[in-house]
Design a protein around this ligand. Structure first.
Ligand SMILES: *Cc1c(COP(=O)(O)O)cnc(C)c1O
Length: 422
């Protein structure tokens, strides 16, 4: 490779995976925050408007009539999402949100007994996951200080699989880990960790928020026990869109920890009995009436992922992030920006993570110049060139803009403080 703009343009010309025209992209901006909130696509917009229309035309009958009857939408989307996470169709349901699904799954799978009373997590996970695990431990009458074990990171950014395996003691009842770490973008070896957990008689689940839509998964083949994720990041389902979850079919038939009438077998739900007949598949993990309009954009968005295929998406994503890393190393040396991603491709998720003491105002300076990054307190800058809609030329431009900001210290015009959201 060379470091010219022409090279980037050539890379775009030679690449056959682009859905860029299908997204609403501001002409004068470079959106690199698809790992936090993916952009709206025309297909997602259409599927949302179509569902709004189904309410207009069908009223209550929209539950069973129209192109996407609401009563079956969670199941239908679960089937369509299954290839994206490498699951059997009946093992996935689109329902709830990340944190609610985590509560639901842990309340089902965490069965402390005898010596095995602890949950194993890690010290780098997203706060919501940790809060949820702490409350689940408390609900069982235990003290999280002692019963929520968090694997330490040796370098403060990544986890070593051998440290995680080392922490799988005979006191651990359940393991919950991220698939891709939200800061350093490290991919954990989910297959290996699952095998090690099972050797020790421990069940294991993964939070796929930063991996779904970014890397391929084979949840069924890896024999993962359960997983959960949000659909508004790489999957472009829109702000607060409904989440997803996976339950291995080995576990079908359990009563969900948090039951509700939507946990019912579909044909039994309206019998209105006080004894729950839970669905035989992942559908059992639903709780109440689905948020139809928060699922609607996923219909359109998923069609693109299934058309493109996760293998091709991953291939382009690795090229984009690899290109960005090479440019950063070449152009930004000496400016104190530290790249925290693992360099090995197998360990690299879909976003770049840089640290700098002035990160908050570097992000403000980037925004002022049209680049949308993602700030993570106290000192992190995330940049996600995503396969479906970002280009190599945008990556090239971003690094040039960042170089200008660092060389001319343009960030000094801003306050080094975070905003309300990021
Ligand atoms: C984005 C994200 C969440 C957000 O959870 P919500 O319930 O959707 O608010 C939780 N955990 C991780 C790891 C995330 O990346």
């Amino acid at each position: 490779m060379d470091f010219t703009r022409e090279y980037a343009i050539g890379m775009d010309a030679g690449n056959d995976l682009s859905y860029r025209e299908e997204f609403y992209i501001k002409e004068d901006g470079i959106y690199l925050d698809g790992n936090s909130l993916g952009l709206l696509s025309k297909r997602a917009e259409k599927s949302l408007l179509d569902l709004l229309d189904s309410w207009k035309h069908h009223g209550i009958d929209g539950w069973t009539e129209g192109d996407n009857p609401w009563f079956y939408l969670s199941e239908k989307l679960g089937k369509e999402m299954a290839p994206i996470v490498g699951a059997n169709p009946e093992e996935v349901i689109v329902s709830g949100s990340t944190t609610v699904n985590l509560h639901q799954l842990v309340s089902t799978f965490y069965k402390p007994a005898g010596k095995r009373t602890k949950i194993l997590a890690d010290e780098l996970n997203f706060p919501s996951d940790i809060y949820a695990l702490q409350s689940q431990v408390k609900l069982k009458g235990y003290d999280p200080e002692e019963h929520l074990v968090q694997v330490r990171s040796a370098d403060g950014h990544t986890l070593r699989e051998e440290d995680i395996v080392g922490a799988m003691t005979d006191e651990i009842a359940l393991i919950v880990l991220p698939g891709v770490l939200y800061r350093s973008g490290q991919v954990l070896d989910m297959e290996h960790l699952t095998a090690e957990a099972h050797k020790r008689g421990i069940e294991i689940g993964f939070d796929l928020c930063h991996s779904v839509g970014s890397i391929p998964h084979s949840l069924s083949d890896w024999d993962v026990d359960f997983a959960f994720w949000c659909n508004y990041k790489h999957l472009n389902g829109g702000p607060g869109s409904t989440g997803g979850l996976f339950v291995n079919k080995r576990h079908f038939g359990q009563v969900p920890g948090l039951a509700g009438w939507f946990s019912s077998r579909k044909d039994k739900q309206f019998d209105m009995e006080h004894v729950l007949t839970a669905a035989e598949d992942a559908g059992a993990y639903q709780i109440g009436t689905p948020n139809i309009f928060s699922m609607a954009p996923i219909i359109g968005s998923l069609s693109m992922f299934n058309e493109a295929g996760m293998e091709r998406i991953r291939e382009k994503s690795l090229k984009l992030t690899g290109y960005m890393i090479e440019l950063i190393q070449h152009e930004l040396d000496g400016h104190g920006l530290i790249l925290r991603n693992p360099l090995d491709e197998k360990k690299r998720g879909g976003h770049i993570y840089l640290e700098h003491p002035e990160a908050a105002r570097i992000c403000k300076a980037l925004k002022a110049e049209g680049v949308i990054p993602d700030f993570r307190a106290p000192n992190g800058i995330r940049l996600a060139p995503v396969a479906l809609y970002n280009t190599f030329e945008e990556v090239w431009k971003t690094v040039q803009i960042l170089k200008g900001i660092m060389e001319e210290e343009k960030y000094k015009q801003f306050e080094n403080k975070r905003g309300v959201v990021a």
